[in-house]
Design a protein around this ligand. Structure first.
Ligand SMILES: C[S@@+](CC[C@H](N)C(=O)[O-])C[C@H]1O[C@@H](n2cnc3c(N)ncnc32)[C@H](O)[C@@H]1O
Length: 284
């Protein structure tokens, strides 16, 4: 698109109409994103290892009572959770559509001889396999899917779980989704960053749509050399706690429980997210 297209953009954007997400599956973007996952200076792409260790302890001890099981991590990134869970005796499978993350996860599993299998794929279309004791979709990714896709993913998870299998969702609070949409628009100059190895201008705008409870973010990347504009958009669906409960119960889950974080208690550094645990209903 051109700068004129940017100036004449439609207002407000229709959620999920301008693309599903930032294209994390783009090979070059995924390479640069992998560096962000590995970076221990921030929690933007994955949480720092110290925090992941705490999450994994809680999952292993509290959710799984230290009993080895089969775990499927949906949107696993570079496999930071699966590799740790495998070291605790679980058999893990991870899926992600980022080629660099999956390549890294496979290399780590092979170097460390871990019981982890990874595959590259979009969780909306992939075959998850069956008989898992736990399926997890964490770090707020559930909200990024349109309600239709989110329901489809829940159906696939239910089919992939063993009897009494558990679902662990770490999802955004309604307030967090609203806050993202109401953030001030901003821009900054980047010499070399996530979206390009060359200098660019980065513009960001957000919209909160209270009726449908959605936030849509638009990102414009303007190449300093060519003036060419790339636009990416990402929408998030907000849910109240009772909506989370209903959507899970409507899709064959029972015993829905809410926790303040993935360590089971309030965690000030993760207050935008809650952990939701539910079990597959017998006979489903
Ligand atoms: C914020 S990262 C979190 C990664 C990992 N769960 C963690 O906490 O370290 C979100 C991940 O979701 C992946 N992702 C987003 N949409 C996806 C989709 N439709 N199918 C597969 N992976 C997806 C991205 O590639 C990215 O690795």
């Amino acid at each position: 698109m051109t700068i004129t297209d940017l100036i004449n953009r439609s207002m407000p954007p229709k959620p999920w109409d301008e693309g599903d997400n930032i294209p994390w599956d783009d090979p070059q973007l995924s390479e640069r994103m992998l560096q962000e996952h590995l970076c221990q200076d921030h929690d933007a792409a994955s949480r720092r290892f110290e925090k992941i260790d705490q999450h994994v302890d809680w999952i292993h001890q509290h959710l799984l009572s230290c009993q080895p099981t089969r775990i499927h991590d949906l949107c696993c990134g570079p496999g930071f959770y699966t590799s740790r869970l495998a070291r605790l005796g679980h058999e893990c499978v991870g899926i992600d559509y980022s080629p660099a993350s999956i390549r890294y996860a496979i290399a780590q599993a092979s170097e460390q001889n871990l019981s982890c299998r990874y595959y590259l794929g979009d969780i909306r279309g992939a075959d998850y396999g069956t008989n898992y004791g736990l399926a997890m979709l964490i770090f707020g990714e559930f909200n990024v899917f349109s309600p239709e896709d989110a329901k489809h993913i829940l159906k696939k998870i239910l089919a992939a779980l063993a009897q009494n299998g558990l679902l662990l969702l770490e999802a955004h609070t309604l307030a967090a989704v609203r806050k993202k949409g109401q953030e001030e628009n901003c821009w900054h100059c980047v010499d070399q960053g996530l979206f390009s190895d060359h200098p660019y201008l980065f513009l960001e705008e957000g919209f909160w749509e209270p009726q449908g409870k959605t936030t849509t973010k638009r990102y414009y990347i303007i190449d300093a050399r060519t003036g060419k504009v790339q636009r990416h958009a990402q929408s998030l669906q907000a849910y109240t706690k009772s909506e989370y409960r209903s959507i899970l119960e409507d899709h064959g889950f029972v015993h829905v429980e809410f926790f303040p974080s993935l360590i089971g208690e309030e965690d000030a550094s993760q207050s935008d997210l809650i952990a939701i645990v539910a079990a597959k209903e017998a006979g489903k």
